[in-house]
Ligand binder design. Structure first.
Ligand code: NAD
Ligand code: ZN
Length: 366
């Protein structure tokens, strides 16, 4: 039986089921919650090749007629051109408002398909079947959807909560190792935000999480529970949910500084370096013990994640330019920046008045 984590949002509450074989069971789970629907499956070529056939079969067996729309893999598909293709695909299949868009893929497909579900016919129903570790523990939960523009990432979108999330732990077996590791950075993040026991558990059990089975299911379920709690407390990201950005201020700056070139850095790797830096920076500000920063680095390094900017191939801009990237990512008011800092493992907090000068001198050292 799969684990069930419930996201409590009143009338829009939904289940996240986590376990093996859920793609094969998807038809039954969807039909039980959304009787009588037809479906558009949105997937990318990588994921579709492995798993779309099994999903379509499962839907058909449950009496759900479906059409499959395949996009190119990669962040570039999160843009206006692909949005239009998918919207046209859904309309060409003559789906109605009560029908369902099913996202089968990583965060790119989830964000794109969720946005489509949010805008076609002023809002269709939506089911997430996340297939990357990052999508299972992060992007499929919480209802943020959207696309990128020339002005930056994720600037056009809507909040569109899914009716159901099916995190099939088995599909992760076809995920490239590097992508799995990158997603793991977000798993570790939940421990570092406010779950020190979970972080300690990961230090002991990460090998089993990578191997699959019960430990993997546990790690994903704990991560979903952590995210679900934060989303329930702050659906539209006006307060507490900001803690989810631990490691992301430095991480986003590094992604921008490497031109979002996935050959150099993928998101989770940037987050890994960012979390290591956030802990070192907190120690430097005398908020946390340097031992905690060492412990965080030791764990991330053990799983094979980068923890230092030196590990990024190619040249990086200097400290001043990096500060510009950070200032673009976060609102700067009177020379002060907002950062997620920490008092120790699992004791993160939102720091709203970090002097830009402190950040700059830290960046000159790392
Ligand atoms: P992704 O969707 O590009 O997937 C990574 C790669 O793995 C792709 O090449 C994909 O085809 C492949 N893949 C995925 N699942 C696979 C599987 N089971 N087998 C084989 N290959 C598989 O990237 P991602 O890391 O999953 O997601 C990143 C995106 O998520 C970014 O666009 C980011 O902005 C977004 N995101 C959104 C939220 C949110 O709250 N909505 C949160 C975090 C990240
Ligand atoms: Zn992230």
């Amino acid at each position: 039986e799969p684990r069930n984590v419930r996201v409590e949002l009143g009338a829009r509450s939904y289940d996240i089921l986590i376990g093996g074989g859920l793609v094969a069971r998807a038809g039954g789970e969807i039909a039980a919650r959304l009787p009588g629907v037809r479906a558009a499956i949105v997937t990318d070529r990588n994921v579709g090749g492995h798993h779309a056939g099994a999903l379509a079969q499962s839907l058909e067996a449950a009496g759900i007629a479906s059409t499959t729309i395949v996009v190119e893999p990669g962040e570039r598909s999160k843009g206006f051109a692909t949005l239009q293709e998918v919207v046209d695909g859904v309309l060409a299949a003559r789906l109605e408002r009560g029908d369902v868009v099913v996202a089968l893929g990583g965060g790119v497909v989830g964000d794109l398909a969720g946005f489509v579900a949010g805008i076609v016919r002023r809002g269709m129903r939506f089911v997430q079947i996340p297939t990357s570790l990052l999508a299972q523990v992060d992007s499929s939960v919480g209802g943020k959807t959207g696309i990128n523009t020339a002005h930056g990432k994720n600037l056009v979108g809507v909040f569109q909560q899914p009716a159901l999330v099916l995190a099939d732990t088995g599909v992760l077996d076809t995920l490239p190792e590097r992508e799995f590791r990158a997603g793991y950075a977000e798993v570790a993040k939940y421990g570092l935000i406010d779950r020190p026991d979970f972080f300690a558990w990961l230090e002991e059990n990460w090998r089993d999480v990578f191997a699959g089975g019960a430990a993997r299911t546990h790690a994903i379920a704990e991560s979903c529970r952590a995210k679900a709690e934060m989303v329930a407390r702050d659906e539209f990201e006006t307060g507490d949910r900001a803690l989810l950005n631990l490691g992301h201020t430095f991480g986003h700056a590094l992604e921008a500084a490497t031109s979002y070139d996935s050959a150099r850095l993928v998101h989770g790797e940037g987050v890994s370096i960012g979390m290591a830096l956030a802990h070192r920076f907190s120690a430097r500000l005398n908020l946390a013990s340097p031992d905690d920063a060492v412990r965080v680095e030791r764990h991330l390094r053990a799983v094979g994640l980068p923890v230092s900017v030196d590990e990024i191939p190619g040249e990086l801009p200097g400290a001043e330019r990096m500060l510009d990237y950070i200032a673009q990512d976060k609102k700067v008011s009177r020379g002060a920046l907002t950062f997620i800092l920490t008092r120790g493992i699992g004791q993160s907090f939102v720091a709203r008045n970090v002097p830009a000068s402190e950040v700059l001198s830290f960046l000159k050292e790392v």
